[in-house]
Design a protein around this ligand. Structure first.
Ligand SMILES: [Zn+2]
Length: 588
C-alpha cells in the first residue's frame, strides 16, 4: 500500500513536540541521548526496509533510533527510563479512523445498557432495574437492541411493552446501529410525536394496527426527533466521558482516534481536556452536520468558524461528517443500486433512501474541499457510494487534486465498476471490520440486501486497486467495545471474532496480517492527517508504542482478538500499564 515517509519537521510543527537536539553538549558524536529506551522486544515497525527491531530509543516523545537492544541502550542518558519488554511484541499505537467514543463512554457511565443479544424479557428486566436505580430522573435513555429485534420478536405494541416496566418514567432506547429508537408512551408524548405527526423525510414512525397511533419505534430521521432527549447530558458528564474514553482507548492500544460526527458539546469537552493538558490521544473530529434529508447547501462558513473555535494543540477539527444514507439492515435505509429483497413493508424494486441529491452533495463537496476540509461521507449502500464518488469527482474537477483525502464510511457494498475510483479520486474506504464479523446485524443485512448480500466489504479488491483502506470500531454502533483486535482478526479470517457465529463472510476478500496492521496504523493515520508523525516506528516519528500480551504473528489468527495491550506509550510517556508493567503506571 501507500508508503509514507515520516517527516520530522512536520512532527514538530503540527503537534508541538520538540524533537530537535538540545545544544547543551549532551549530544555526543552528534547523537542525542535518549530519555527512554524500550528494549529486548520483538518490535514490529511497519517499515518495509526493517520491519522488526529489538529496541527503540526515544527523546522528548519522539523516536530517535530503532535497532538492536545493545546499540539502543548505549544511547540512554544516565537517568533514562529503561523498559525491558522481555521478548514481548510491540508495535505502533492503533489509530481508530471512525469511532464515537464520547457517546460510548456516556452510554457506559450514565445510561441504561443491555447486550445486543438481549431478549424481550432481558430488556424488560434491564429497564426495570434502571428505573429502580434512577431516583428522581424523569428520563431513562439507553440501549442497544439488535437491528432484527422487531423482526424476530412479534411485539404488538412496542411502546406498551416498555410502559409496563417504565415506572411512570419516559424511556428511550436506541438500536445497535444508533439510527433507530424505541420509546414508551410517555417519551413519545415528551418529544411531541402523536397520531397526527407525519413521517419525516427519510424516516418512519412505526404505527399500530389502526395505521395511525405511533407504536414507539422510530426509524432514521424519525429517531432524530427524540435525540435531544436521548443525548442530553451535563458538561460535567461529558468531561467524565472524555476521561473514561481515554482510559478505555489507551487500555486497548489506541493512541489516535477520529471521532466521526462531533456535536458541539463533545467538541467543548475534548477541547477543555486538551487545554487542561489531560489529552492522551491524537484526536481528529469530524464536525457534525444535519442528519436527514436536506435541500439547502451546507453552511460552510459556519463550519470554518467552528473549526477555528475548537482547534487545540492535539485536536484537529479540520474534518466534516455528512450522512448520505442509513443502514442496509431490515430498516432498508441505505441507498442501493439494485433493489432490496422483497418485503411487504416496502414497495417493489425498493432502492432505499438517500438524504441528498447528487447535485447538492457535489455543491457541498466542492465548497468543503476548497475550504480544505477532509470529509467523511456515510455511505452504507452501493448506490450511496456511487453518488458520493460522483460528487467528489465534481469537486476534484473544480478544485484540482490538491484537497484533502476524503472518506466513505461503511462502504461495504461497492459496485465492481467503482472499485478503481477510490484511488483515482483520493478517497479512502472507511471500514468497520468488527461489524462484519458474522453476527445478528450481518444476518439482518444479508437478508435485506438479498442475493448479493454476502458480497460485503471488498477489502482485497480495494487493496489491489491501490486504495488506502482506513478502519475504525464505530463503537458504540453495532459493537460492544472499541477494541481494534476483533477487527484486525476479522480482516484476516472473515469469521466471527468471538467464535459465537459460524461461517465466513466472503472469505476470498481476506487479507494478510501485515495488511490488517497497516490498515489500523499508517493507513488510518491518513484519515486523521497525522501520517507524517505517527502510525509507524521509525526515526522522527512520535513514540506512540504499544506492547502486546502475545505475538499476533505467532498465534492462530482466530486468537488475535484475545490480544491484550499491556503497555501503551503516547508521545513516549506511559499512559496505560497492566500486568507485568503495572509498576510503570505513571499517570497521565
Ligand atoms: Zn459511525
Amino acid at each position: 500500500m501507500k508508503s509514507i515517509k515520516i517527516k520530522r519537521g512536520l512532527a514538530t510543527a503540527s503537534l508541538g513536540v520538540l524533537a530537535l537536539l538540545s545544544a547543551t553538549g549532551q549530544a555526543q558524536a552528534g547523537k542525542a541521548k535518549a530519555d527512554t529506551v524500550v528494549h529486548s522486544g520483538k518490535i514490529y515497525t511497519g517499515v518495509d526496509k526493517e520491519p522488526w527491531v529489538e529496541a527503540v530509543a526515544i527523546r522528548d516523545g519522539v523516536v530517535v533510533a530503532a535497532g538492536k537492544s545493545g546499540k539502543m541502550l548505549k544511547r540512554a542518558a544516565t537517568d533514562a527510563t529503561l523498559i525491558d519488554l522481555g521478548g514481548r511484541m510491540a508495535m505502533a499505537g492503533i489509530i481508530d479512523a471512525h469511532s464515537h467514543p464520547v457517546d460510548g463512554a456516556v452510554m457506559k457511565l450514565f445510561e441504561c445498557t443491555f447486550p445486543f443479544s438481549a431478549t424481550p424479557d432481558e430488556i424488560a428486566a434491564a429497564v426495570t432495574a434502571c428505573v429502580a436505580g434512577a431516583g428522581d430522573e424523569p428520563w431513562i435513555a439507553g440501549g442497544q437492541w439488535d437491528s432484527n429485534f422487531f423482526v424476530n420478536n412479534k411485539i404488538a405494541s412496542p411502546r406498551k411493552f416498555l410502559d409496563k416496566v417504565s415506572g411512570g418514567k419516559a424511556v428511550g432506547l436506541v438500536d445497535d446501529s444508533g439510527h433507530n429508537a424505541w420509546l414508551n408512551t410517555k417519551a413519545l408524548k415528551l418529544v411531541g410525536i402523536t397520531a397526527q405527526t407525519p413521517d419525516p423525510a427519510g424516516g418512519r414512525i412505526g404505527r399500530e394496527a389502526d395505521g395511525k397511533t405511533p407504536n414507539g419505534v422510530l426509524e432514521e430521521t424519525a429517531a432524530t426527533i427524540a435525540s435531544p432527549f436521548l443525548t442530553a447530558h451535563t458538561p460535567e458528564q461529558f468531561a467524565a466521558a472524555v476521561e473514561e474514553m481515554q482510559v478505555m482507548l489507551n487500555g486497548l492500544g489506541i493512541t489516535a482516534v477520529k471521532i466521526a460526527n462531533m456535536p458541539d458539546e463533545h467538541l467543548e469537552a475534548v477541547a477543555l481536556a486538551d487545554a487542561d493538558g489531560d489529552l492522551r490521544l491524537h484526536v481528529t473530529t469530524s464536525l457534525a452536520t444535519h442528519y436527514g434529508a436536506r435541500s439547502e447547501k451546507l453552511d460552510v462558513a459556519g463550519l470554518i468558524s467552528k473549526r477555528d473555535q475548537y482547534k487545540t494543540a492535539n485536536v484537529n477539527t479540520n474534518a466534516v461528517k455528512i450522512f448520505l444514507d442509513g443502514v442496509p439492515t431490515a430498516a432498508r435505509t441505505a441507498g442501493m443500486l439494485a433493489p432490496y429483497a422483497p418485503d411487504s413493508h416496502f414497495p417493489d424494486g425498493y432502492l432505499g433512501e438517500m438524504h441528498l441529491t447528487e447535485e447538492l452533495l457535489a455543491a457541498d463537496m466542492t465548497a468543503l474541499d476548497a475550504a480544505g476540509f477532509a470529509v467523511k461521507i456515510h455511505t452504507a449502500g452501493d448506490g450511496s457510494v456511487r453518488r458520493a464518488l460522483n460528487a467528489i469527482e465534481v469537486a476534484r474537477k473544480a478544485n484540482g487534486m490538491g484537497g484533502k483525502q476524503h472518506e466513505l464510511a461503511h462502504a461495504g457494498y461497492v459496485d465492481p465498476a467503482d472499485i478503481a475510483r477510490f484511488k483515482a479520486l483520493n478517497v479512502a474506504p472507511d471500514f468497520s471490520p468488527f461489524i462484519w464479523s458474522p453476527s445478528p446485524i450481518i444476518d439482518s443485512v444479508v437478508q435485506a440486501v438479498g442475493p448479493r448480500g454476502e458480497h460485503y466489504w471488498p477489502t482485497k479488491d480495494l487493496i489491489e486497486s491501490g486504495a488506502v483502506i482506513v478502519a475504525g470500531s464505530d463503537w458504540p454502533s453495532a459493537v460492544s467495545s472499541p477494541s481494534p483486535w476483533p477487527g484486525i482478526e476479522t480482516l484476516v479470517t472473515r469469521r466471527a471474532a468471538d467464535g459465537d457465529y459460524d461461517g465466513a463472510l466472503w472469505p476470498e476478500e481476506a487479507v494478510s496480517l501485515e495488511d490488517a496492521i497497516e490498515i489500523y496504523t499508517e493507513n488510518s493515520a491518513t484519515a486523521l492527517d497525522v501520517e507524517n508523525v505517527t502510525g509507524r516506528i521509525e526515526k522522527g516519528a512520535i513514540a506512540d508504542i504499544i506492547v502486546l500480551s502475545q505475538n499476533i504473528f505467532d498465534v492462530d489468527p482466530a486468537k488475535i482478538s484475545d490480544t491484550e495491550v499491556v503497555l501503551t506509550l503516547f508521545k513516549g510517556k506511559v499512559v496505560s500499564a497492566k500486568g507485568p508493567f503495572e509498576a510503570l503506571t505513571a499517570g497521565k
